[in-house]
Every structure is written in C-alpha cells, then in structure tokens.
Write a protein that binds this ligand. Sequence first.
Ligand code: MGD
Ligand code: MGD
Ligand code: SF4
Ligand code: MO
Length: 633
Amino acid sequence: MTTRVRHICPLCEATCGLEITVDGDQVVGVRGDSDDVFSKGFICPKGVAVADLHHDPARLRTPMIREGGQLREATWDEAFERIRTGLGELIGQHGTDAVGVYLGNPNAHNVTSTFYLPALVRALGTRYRFSASTVDQMPQQVALGLMYGTELSVPVPDIDRTDLFVVIGGNPLVSNGSMMTVPDMPGRLRALRARGGRLIVVDPVRTRTAAAADEHLRIRPGTDVLLLAGIVHTLFAEGLVDLGAAAEWIDTDAVEQLRDLMAAFPAGVVSGPTGIPADEIVELARTIAAAPSAAVYGRLGTSTSALTVAGEPSSFATLASWLIAVINVLTGNLDRPGGAMFPLPPAGGPTTFGEPGRGRGVRVPGSQRTRVRGLPSVLGEFPAAALAEEIDTPDPDSGQRLRGLITVAGNPVVSTPDADRLDRALQGLDFLVCLDAYVTETSRHADVILPAASPLARSHYDVVFGSLAVRNAARWSPPVFDLAQGERDEGEVLLQLAAIAAAVVNAAPEPTPEQMDDLVAFEVARRACSDPASRAHGREPAELLTAVAPRRGVARLVDLSLRSGPYGDGFGHHPGGLTLAAVEAAPSGIGRPGCPRSCVRPPGESNWFRRSWPRRRKGSRVCSTQLLCLTLS
Ligand SMILES: Nc1nc2c(c(=O)[nH]1)N[C@H]1C(S)=C(S)[C@@H](COP(=O)(O)OP(=O)(O)OC[C@H]3O[C@@H](n4cnc5c(=O)[nH]c(N)nc54)[C@H](O)[C@@H]3O)O[C@H]1N2
Ligand SMILES: Nc1nc2c(c(=O)[nH]1)N[C@H]1C(S)=C(S)[C@@H](COP(=O)(O)OP(=O)(O)OC[C@H]3O[C@@H](n4cnc5c(=O)[nH]c(N)nc54)[C@H](O)[C@@H]3O)O[C@H]1N2
Ligand code: SF4
Ligand SMILES: [Mo]
C-alpha cells in the first residue's frame, strides 16, 4: 500500500515542497507538492533524485574507524570512544587550538546543524573554524553585514514584483538560486517577462540564464567591480541618484564621499578592462534608474572571481558585493516593492533579533589571525584557503600546528583551493573525524567517519533560508522514514560530539546528549526572553520551556523560535500567532499570516536597519584600499 508524505527538499536553497510516495520502506515516487505555499509544485531533477540518495547502497550506514591503515565498520560506541581518546590526547597535550573544524554547505540545509553545530564549536573552544562560506558567499555577507549590521542582513530581489532583474555572475535557471531562496526560477522569470519586466544578465559565459535574458553583457572575468563602479559613476554624473525609502537611514556626507570615490571610474575608463562598450554601461545605469522597480543581484561570479592587478591575483569580491548593494540603494530600490527587500523569517534570524536601528554591527576584520600567513578571521572564521598550510606548516620554534580536524558535511579536498595540498595535509593530521554520508575525497583520510543518516529520516525546517527567502513562509516536515537500523539522528550525533568536546576541554564529567539538548533549549529560550524584538520578551525561560514540553530535540527548538518569532503566538500573548503545532497542522506550509501574497517584508517597515549605511566601525574596511590600488596600477 502506498502513502503520500510531504517533505521539504533539503538539496538546494530553493527549498521546494516535495510529495513523496512511499511503499513500506521504499520511495516509489517523488514530485513537486502542488499545494506547497512557497514552491507551488516546482521540482527539479535533483529533487527527484532524493530517492536515489535515500536508497543509495554506497551511503554509509555505520560508523567507520581506521585500523591498521584501513577503514572498517564499527559500532557507535567504538567510534565515540575513539573520538574521546583522540580528542583527549590532542587537546590534553596541545590545547584547544590543536583541533579545528570545517563545516560544509549542507549544514545550512539541516536544522539539526543550525542549532547543534554552534554547541559543538563552542564546546571545542577552537579558533580554527573554517567553512565553505569563504569559498562562496562570505564577501557578500561581509559587505552587507557592514552596511546593514548582521552576518545575514541580505536584501533579496522581490522577484515576483520587479520590473527589472539584473543578474551579475549568477545562473539561477540552473543553480535554482542562491542567497535568494526562490523555488521555480523558470516560472518566475516567465512571469517577469509576461508582465513586461526585463532580465539583464552580466556573465562572461552564455549560460542558460544569459540565453533567456533580454540582454546579456559578456563581461571579462573578475572585472565586475569596475563595471559596477562605472554604473555608480553614471548615476551620480547624470543626476540619477534617488535614495527613496533608504534616505532617512543614510548620511548625506557618505553619499558625497561615495561620489568622490567613484569619480575615477567613468564608463569610458572601465569599458576597456571590462570589455563592455561605454554606451552599454551608461545605458545599463539609466535603465536601472528609470525602471519603476529594479533588483540588482550578484552571486558566485561576483563573490569568488579574481583579477590580476600589478602581477598579483586580487579579489574585489567584497567591493563588488558592496557596490551591487549600493546601486540598489542609490536607485531607491532598497525596501521598495520589486526592489531588494529584507525577508521577515518566521523562525527569526539575525535581522529579527535585537532592537531595530541599533546593534553592534559586524567587525571586519575579525580579531584572530591565522598562524602561518596572518590572515584575518572574518565573521568568526578563517578562510578555507588557509586550512592546508595551518596543518602542514609547523611553527619553526614551537612545532605548533593544526593537528586534528572535525569536518561536518563538507568535502574541502574537492571544494577548496589547492586541493592536492590539502589532500596531502589531511594525511599528516594526527586525528580526523568526518561526519558525512559517504566515504569522500576528504573522509577517506578519517580516523573516524560518523555516518549522516538519510535526509528523509529527519525533521526539516529551513531556519537559515528563511532569512533569504523571496516569500515568508513557515513549513515543517516530519521525517518520511524512521531511522534505519543502526543509524543515528545527526542532531544526536552532534550533541554527543559536543558532550565529548565539553568533557575533554573542561576536564569535567561528560554530559549526556539529552543534557546538551536541554542546554541548547535553555539558551534559545533565554535569548527569546531577553531579546527586545522577541514576542517572548521579558518572560522567564522556564515558562517557555514548560510551554513547549514535552517536545525535545529540534522540534522543541523550532517551536521556541516560531512562538517567539515575528509572527509567533508569544506563548499566549499573541493569540492566533504561529506555533509549531499550527505549522504541523498545515503540511504544505503557512504563508505570511494576514497577507495573501506572503511578500517579503512589507514596504515601509524599514526599521530592520541595525546601523545606517555606510557608517562603519572604526578600523573596519570595505576594501577601499583595494579600490585605491586598482586606480594606481
Ligand atoms: N571548483 C569549485 N569549487 C567550489 C565551487 C565550485 O563551483 N567550483 N563551489 C563553491 C561553493 S558555492 C560551495 S557552497 C562549496 C561547497 O563546499 P563543501 O560543502 O565542502 O562541499 P560539498 O561538495 O558540498 O560537500 C558536502 C559534503 O556533505 C556531505 N553531506 C551531504 N548531505 C549531508 C548531510 O545531511 N549530513 C552530513 N553530515 N553530510 C552531508 C556530502 O556527502 C559531501 O561530502 O564549494 C565551493 N567550491
Ligand atoms: N545542480 C546544482 N545546483 C546547485 C549547486 C550544485 O552543486 N549543483 N550548488 C548550489 C550552491 S552551493 C550555490 S552557492 C549555487 C551557486 O549559484 P549561482 O551563483 O547562480 O551559480 P554558478 O553556476 O556558480 O554561477 C556563477 C556564474 O558566474 C559566472 N562568472 C564567473 N566568473 C565571473 C565574473 O568574473 N563575473 C561575472 N559577472 N560572472 C562570472 C559563471 O559563468 C557562472 O555563470 O548553486 C547551487 N545550486
Ligand atoms: S530546486 Fe532545489 S529544492 Fe527544489 S527540487 Fe531541485 S534541488 Fe530540491
Ligand atoms: Mo555554495
């Protein structure tokens, strides 16, 4: 007998709702959930393949430990015991900075990671934190963080209302979008064209998105920063600057400063290096300014590309990301319907916490430096490009180096630069633990591999992507299947690792995973009570925890987050507000309450700005030095 179960696809940022047909322990069909409030039936081939992933015989089902140079199957107890000893020896002899972490991309798609990874990283107490972010979107996070105040202050294109969508270095028809959670890009682009809107793509390659565009500007790789400076220059030169809703948040002095900074980049000057004719650059600036609404959007091509300047490879990714945001501001498209708008995530996120208009902002560069090259940390982590050298280059005096590593859902041997060197460096580690679904190029070097269970055997809620979504919606998926025999929930595994780390680092008795879960829940409740923006502000954590009992695990954490979040029931103070129970009762999700279109944050609610652009923390840089060196070269 078959049954149909709804589950959010965890495989990319589009977060489509799937309808999975199940017969016993088999998936017999996967299609888009046409009732899903957010994705409305869209699915891509990768989503269909979630069944193959679930049934893949190569997916690990048991822990593996290294013995006599070979990986062999092991019990969970054996694996954790090996980790206790391994971490104990390393940290006991060399301190907490002897062990680092690398966190891969799928963590963003896994609610257990959202809540429990921070517990593990905190327990380890290491300054060696690496992730896929620094080979992906970090420049965007830095630029937008400096402008808008948090590590996830991302205005996303209001794609369904825009008149002009400008995509720079992204291929959303193929990637299904990134830093913009948007199911059914093909449908949304068709709708854009049907209502008379336009799509302009800036990409060196004629991608599928470029081919579908009204206009494709073939830019020379790495030169976007110049094109963008040329656009800003033109906006000023032609008197096209109109700040719109953002005006009240912006220093007029800063706008003047920006005009001066951009004086060196008229279209005629940037045309040569970018390979785009000057009149096309001017026309692009005019088109953006003239559109009733426009959203300029940059993605991987702008956040990872580089350029050789004066013989040195230089990345202008942060500056390019900043200029993209600046263009949205200067053309009045920030917080305008059809422009770039901030989502209002139901489970909360960095932009919903704290008092609007105030905050500490982000600190760039961070306070830490890598040992070998002295590279600065940013938003709490080091660049992944520095991982190999921190392992394979011992300090000449002390012999100090990174000796142990824990990877969670990452494959840095494939995804980070100079992979061959990292491949060799990992072999030189004293201890490597990988939490992964497969034996990969990275995990094949592990002393212990802890298997990640099938994504269909866990609950799902997109906490992270709520902060990037083009529509606000709350959707919860219970597991489609029970864990297979011998499998463990990834959340429990993370909590067990955190418990081991806490015991080793503090030389204290090891807490149980349940105790760790209670600690995390208390922390979520405590923050909800102390946060002035929370609907539970001023309450007691114990009261909140009683209200969500007997839930445990991520369900408890999501319930706490939803109920204290911007649409929450405030634990009774906002009757009719969101609770996890309400979301559970709506298997295809709940759109923004009270709004039939569940738009991104309604226009005019501009109080999400933590700090006004472009006032910066003293000593921080938005790469203006790079701009200078470019002018000089
Ligand atoms: N050359 C090149 N390099 C790139 C990119 C590129 O396009 N080209 N793209 C960059 C980008 S955008 C990114 S985001 C990074 C990605 O960098 P990484 O995240 O390091 O690489 P992935 O290949 O996504 O590795 C994900 C790993 O997680 C495992 N995994 C999958 N699901 C789960 C799960 O539920 N739990 C656990 N524990 N493990 C799981 C997979 O088996 C895989 O080993 O790579 C970057 N590097
Ligand atoms: N099927 C599938 N989908 C995925 C992923 C996957 O692995 N497989 N990965 C997901 C992840 S982690 C991410 S981050 C997203 C990425 O999503 P996108 O950024 O939309 O996709 P990319 O293919 O990385 O597109 C980058 C584009 O930038 C262009 N480009 C390269 N250099 C430059 C440059 O200097 N300037 C400009 N203007 N353009 C340049 C490239 O030609 C390419 O078209 O995709 C996600 N979607
Ligand atoms: S677009 Fe992304 S979320 Fe949607 S089905 Fe495909 S992989 Fe899954
Ligand atoms: Mo990515």
